[in-house]
Design a protein around this ligand. Structure first.
Ligand SMILES: NC(=O)c1ccc[n+]([C@@H]2O[C@H](COP(=O)([O-])OP(=O)(O)OC[C@H]3O[C@@H](n4cnc5c(N)ncnc54)[C@H](O)[C@@H]3O)[C@@H](O)[C@H]2O)c1
Length: 262
């Protein structure tokens, strides 16, 4: 798709990978509604980006990415402000092996609600123009990750859900090109969870070892690389719709193919 002049919403855009998504989109002259549950840091990030890319290019709105009403109002605000909406990104997710219900609720719930509202607003079946939806999953979604089985399973469900919705039976209805982005361990605030024994559970020591090794070898994924992958996938959305773009330090980019016909 052509990004110059397109309109996007990034939910979870204030920090880390989400912030990198916003920067990468703005670099391509795409307009961005940066939405986040944290008002202060969201506003700061949005203002910083506005001073760099233009005040008409980016704005902030508070949004809880697991609340259907918030997601709907956020998407409608972007459409109202710029007269169109092309790209919906939800980047929200948590890691807490001690609280499986919340992990499932948030990680899968945000995916389902985002797809539902995106279809309602952009779906061709609802008189919309179609568009693109991108969800952040994880490299732990495409291979089992025994250090975090609950998180890994929740993110696998996100990938599976999107691939199912991209089956011709669904795509022929809604016309929205959907994909997931699956980074490996990325240097953001998110990895601080590893210091919380309750949130990692029985694999706490192993997880600490892994992060120590990442630090010693400086083998983190950088948020900028994930932003670059987003742009690559958006610019090749016809070909890559339904895929999961996996990014890890050993194999910089590869694609998980969509399922075939039933
Ligand atoms: N960092 C990693 O190693 C890594 C790897 C793979 C996938 N991910 C995924 O990336 C996401 C975490 O992002 P990050 O690593 O950039 O961390 P981060 O903490 O730097 O950023 C997360 C952003 O999401 C916002 N957020 C959290 N809950 C929200 C909600 N309910 N509604 C709206 N905004 C919300 C936060 O305020 C923050 O701005 C998760 O979905 C995680 O599964 C992270």
């Amino acid at each position: 798709m052509k990004l110059d002049g397109a309109v996007s919403v990034v939910i979870g855009g204030a920090n880390g990978i989400g912030k990198s998504y916003c920067e990468s989109l703005l670099e391509k002259k795409c307009r961005v509604l940066l939405a986040d549950i944290q008002t202060e840091v969201g506003q700061q990030t949005s203002e910083m980006l506005a001073s760099r890319y233009g005040h008409d290019q980016v704005t902030f709105r508070k949004c809880n990415g697991v609340c259907e009403v918030d997601i709907r109002e956020t998407l409608l605000e972007a459409k109202l402000r710029w007269g169109r909406l092309d790209i919906v990104i939800n980047h929200v997710g948590i890691l807490d092996e001690g609280n499986w219900k919340e992990v499932m609720d948030i990680n899968i719930g945000s995916a389902i609600l985002t797809a539902k509202v995106t279809e309602e607003i952009l779906g061709k079946n609802n008189g919309g123009p179609g568009g693109v939806m991108v969800l952040t999953a994880s490299a732990a979604a495409v291979l089992p990750f025994p250090l975090m089985p609950i998180y890994s399973t929740s993110k696998a469900a996100v990938v599976h859900y999107v691939r199912s919705l991209m089956h011709p039976l669904h795509y022929s209805r809604h016309g929205i090109r959907m994909m997931t982005i699956c980074p490996s361990i990325t240097k953001t605030n998110f990895i601080n969870v590893a210091n919380d024994r309750d949130k990692i559970g029985v694999m706490y020591e192993k997880a600490k070892e892994l992060l120590k090794m990442k630090e010693a070898t400086n083998s983190w994924i950088q948020p900028k690389w994930v932003g670059d992958l987003l742009i690559h996938m958006l610019e090749n959305d016809e070909e890559l719709a339904g895929t999961a773009g996996v990014l890890n330090s050993k194999t910089p980019k590869y694609y998980y193919k969509p399922r075939g016909k039933l």
